[in-house]
Design a protein around this ligand. Structure first.
Ligand code: MTE
Length: 336
């Protein structure tokens, strides 16, 4: 694929500021006629050149609700990926393997009501109503870099809460060493689960896992929104995992089950191709994927296709200061 270097003007401060101003506006202006806000956002989306990402025949977008949350202070080094690209360049194989398939095929996903069953090695197992939880847990914005194992990246303003704080409610026992997650299994709603060709040969339901200390780390969140609104279905509505120092495939979408367990749980990509995708999946520019280099990435930011910028990949996706100590004494080539 031909990648042209962007002009500096493609990543101007003005664009960054306007995206983030948009986000904080959403959090503070409560009671503002939502339709007015959404209409002005729509104009911006068109102007961003969405067509390059195949948005022409996109399905009618499922309605999203504005969320109340504590905004994050602006992160000066990070340029946000525009909202239309976050929602039109996705991996959600339950809805097809093409990058625009999830946006086209997931808009009918029924996300209300939605519950998560939390169990396993906990004193107080329970089934949680996700929409009730959103109202009472206290949501915060987290602007994170997101690095896909396929060597593209985005910067996304998530809205969510710390997974660790959530898990403590269920009182993990001393035997809890790992956390296992599971996506909805509903072949009627998810065409990729009905047909192996559409679903990329993944053994469904999609499952993921974290070590307990990774799950309890304050950077690890369960996200219920982005850009100030509830999650679009293609991004994992109504609730998905975000672990910013790991490859994006750890960020399991549309979660229905969380189980604390003693043994390392199976994970979807590791089951399918163990020599290519490990359990840890920490972003590491020094450990290449067997079929491509991980030394750099294509940043999907503001501007058209030619503004996609190749950047060096950072160890732990730039979060090494916070998380490298979790892997002290581990050979990261072996535990990839
Ligand atoms: N979760 C489920 N259930 N199914 C998937 O196919 N794809 C993963 C992850 N979570 C996936 C999933 C991959 S490979 C990536 S890179 C991220 O979701 C993409 O998240 P995004 O589409 O919100 O950017």
């Amino acid at each position: 694929m031909l990648i042209k270097k962007p002009a500096r003007s493609d990543l101007s401060e003005a664009q960054t500021t306007s995206e983030s101003a948009y986000v904080s506006r959403r959090s503070v202006i409560k009671g503002l006629a939502a339709s007015g806000v959404l209409a002005s956002a729509g104009v911006g989306e068109k102007a961003m050149g969405l067509d390059l990402f195949g948005g022409k025949d996109e399905a009618k977008q499922a309605p999203l609700k504005p969320l109340e949350f504590t905004p994050q202070k602006p992160v000066p080094d990070l340029v946000l990926t525009p909202e239309d690209k976050v929602g039109n360049y996705n991996n959600f194989y339950e809805f097809g393997t093409g990058k625009t398939d999830p946006a086209k095929n997931s808009q009918g996903l029924r996300t209300e009501p939605w519950t998560i069953e939390v169990g396993g090695e906990v004193e107080k197992p329970a089934t949680v109503d996700v929409w009730q939880l959103m109202n009472e847990i206290g949501l915060e914005e987290r602007i994170y870099r997101m690095r896909c194992v396929e060597a593209w990246s985005m910067v996304i303003p998530w809205v969510g809460f710390e997974l660790g704080k959530f898990l403590k409610r269920f009182q993990p026992t001393s035997r809890a060493k790992y956390v296992a997650f599971q996506t909805l299994y509903d072949p009627e709603q998810m065409p990729g689960q009905r047909n192996r060709y559409i679903g990329g040969g993944v053994d469904y339901p999609y499952v993921e896992g974290l070590r307990m200390d990774e799950a309890m780390h304050p950077l690890t969140i369960l996200s219920v929104g982005l850009y100030g609104k509830t999650l679009p279905p293609q991004n994992g509505a109504p609730i998905r995992l975000v672990v910013p120092w790991k490859y994006g495939f750890k960020g399991i979408k549309s979660i229905v089950k969380i189980k604390l367990v003693e043994q390392m749980p199976p994970t979807s990509w590791n089951k399918m191709l163990p020599q290519e995708y490990g359990f840890y999946a920490n972003v590491n520019p020094e450990v290449d994927h067997p079929r491509w280099s991980q030394a750099s990435e294509r940043f999907i930011g503001p501007g058209g296709l030619f503004a996609v910028k190749r950047e060096p990949t950072l160890p732990f996706n730039g979060y090494g200061e916070e998380v490298a100590s979790l892997y002290r004494n581990m050979d990261l080539r072996k535990f990839y």
